[in-house]
Design a protein around this ligand. Structure first.
Ligand code: TYD
Length: 133
C-alpha cells in the first residue's frame, strides 16, 4: 500500500570538495539491484510514468534537480517531491505512479530490483484498479 512508499535518507560522505552517496544492494537499498537507469532531458511540463508494476521494486532518486512523484495504491494518492540527491523514494510493487514538475536539468535515477520486462507493467489505469482490488 501507499504506506510502504517511504523516503529513505541515503548516506552522504561530505568534504570541502563535494559529496559522495554510495549505494549497495541490501545495505542502503532494501533489495538486490539488477538494473539502473536514468531519465533526463524531460521537456518542461511533460509527465512520465503512468503505470504500475507487478513485481518490480524501485528506489527513485533526484540525482540532479527536482520532480514530483504522484503515488496511488488504488485507494489513496500521495505526492512526494524529490529534490536532494541523498534521499530516495522506495516504491514497492502494485503502486501507480505519475512523474511531473521536472525542473530543467533534472536527472531521475532509478535502482530496480528486476531486469526490464514489459510483462511486469500495468499500463492501463482500469487494469491497475482491478489488479489491486
Ligand atoms: P517507461 O518505463 O514506460 O518510461 P517512464 O515510466 O519513464 O515514462 O519506458 C519507456 C520506454 O523505454 C518503453 O518503451 C520501454 C523502454 N525501456 C526499456 O527498454 N528498458 C528499461 O529498463 C526501461 C525503464 C524502459
Amino acid at each position: 500500500s501507499i504506506y510502504n512508499c517511504n523516503v529513505i535518507e541515503l548516506p552522504k560522505i561530505h568534504n570541502r570538495a563535494g559529496n559522495i552517496t554510495p549505494l549497495n544492494s541490501k545495505v542502503e537499498i532494501p533489495f538486490d539491484i539488477k538494473r539502473v537507469y536514468y531519465l533526463y532531458d524531460v521537456p518542461g511540463g511533460e509527465t512520465r510514468g503512468g503505470h504500475a508494476h507487478k513485481q518490480l521494486q524501485q528506489l527513485i532518486i533526484a540525482a540532479s534537480g527536482s520532480f514530483d512523484i504522484v503515488l496511488d495504491d488504488g485507494i489513496i494518492k500521495k505526492t512526494v517531491t524529490l529534490n536532494r540527491p541523498n534521499y530516495g523514494l522506495y516504491v514497492p510493487p502494485g503502486i501507480w505512479r505519475d512523474l511531473n514538475n521536472f525542473s530543467s536539468g533534472a536527472v531521475l535515477l532509478v535502482l530496480a530490483s528486476e531486469k526490464y520486462s514489459e510483462e511486469d507493467y500495468i499500463r492501463e489505469y482500469k487494469d491497475f484498479l482491478s489488479y489491486v482490488k
